[in-house]
Write a protein that binds this ligand. Structure first.
Ligand code: BV8
Length: 229
């Protein structure tokens, strides 16, 4: 059984990472859609760097750890003898820290920086500023940006996602509000034989495209569902 898992901010909520559309769904008064864009970065790099610096620092708090849902996915992948792909919309590293191997971070990774000139992608755990010097090209100053996909930018791995979505037998969406495209549309590109399961607190605009709706917390519903397979 080929298994495709798509996760969103809801799977990291119980690890203490705020979701985008929680009660406030704002960051210090800014809508994510207004800060997570190339235009915002062009216009006010300091603000956008600060948005990511705060989240990068928070992610490295010792209190922020993978939860039972992340762990259950890593365990399932280990024991699964057919194709498995975990596509995450999240830019945290909790799936990787839980031991998941086949992880495709389609919206990039908070703990990586990318040079806007050379395209180099570098592990990066510190703050980024407009004065940051490129670690291997000292004459490049301020060319590093967060290695994340902003609104209006093309997500990572779309070909691999489209190919496996068509071939998978089981598609599981976990903790995503299904508002952001093209991620939200993946369920509609699964094949006719594919069983689609949506694990979420609430219904979403894509719920009608799923065969099964499991409503509840990811840390409870994900281990329970995976054990039932
Ligand atoms: C693109 C990285 C072209 C940065 C992110 C008008 C209509 C339709 C589309 C558009 C439109 N105008 C513009 C667009 C396109 C746009 C888009 O979809 N906008 C939306 C807002 C309408 N998309 C883009 O721009 C994308 N690029 O389209 O390029 C293209 C297209 C195709 C092919 C080639 C080129 C790029 C989008 C990526 C943006 N970057 N993140 C960063 O993180 O700062 S998106 C960001 O927001 C996250 O990555 C995530 O994807 C999204 C948030 O969504 P969720 O993960 O679902 O989180 P959310 O908080 O919304 O929901 C949490 C859910 O969990 C809730 O349902 C909740 O009930 C549940 N939950 C909470 N707690 C729990 C739980 N469930 C279980 N257990 C719990 N404990």
């Amino acid at each position: 059984m080929k298994v495709f898992v798509l996760t969103g901010a809801g799977i990291s909520a119980e690890s203490g990472i705020p979701t985008f559309r929680g009660d406030d769904g704002l960051w210090e008064g800014h809508r994510v859609e207004d800060v997570a864009t190339p235009q915002a970065f062009q216009r006010n790099p300091k603000l956008v760097h600060e948005f990511y610096n705060k989240r990068r620092r928070f992610l490295q708090n010792e209190s922020v750890v993978p939860n039972l849902a992340h762990q259950a996915l890593a365990e399932f992948e280990r024991d699964h003898d057919d194709e498995f792909l975990l596509v995450t919309q999240n830019i945290d590293d909790l799936h990787q820290r839980a031991g998941s191997r086949q992880v495709l971070p389609m919206h990039g990774e908070l703990l990586k920086a990318r040079c806007t000139l050379t395209g180099d992608v570098i592990e990066w755990r510190d703050d980024l500023t407009v004065d940051t010097v490129h670690p291997t090209e000292p004459d490049l100053v301020g060319t590093l940006r967060p290695h994340v996909v902003w609104f209006g930018e093309t997500p990572i791995g779309l070909d691999q996602i489209a190919d496996f979505a068509q071939r998978c037998d089981l598609f599981i969406a976990i903790g995503t509000s299904a508002l952001v495209y093209p991620a939200a549309g993946i369920v509609q590109s699964t094949g006719p034989h594919c069983r689609c399961v949506e694990i979420n607190l609430d219904d979403t605009p894509q719920s009608s495209h799923f065969d099964t709706a499991l409503r509840g917390k990811a840390s409870v519903e994900v281990p329970r569902f995976l054990q039932s397979l």
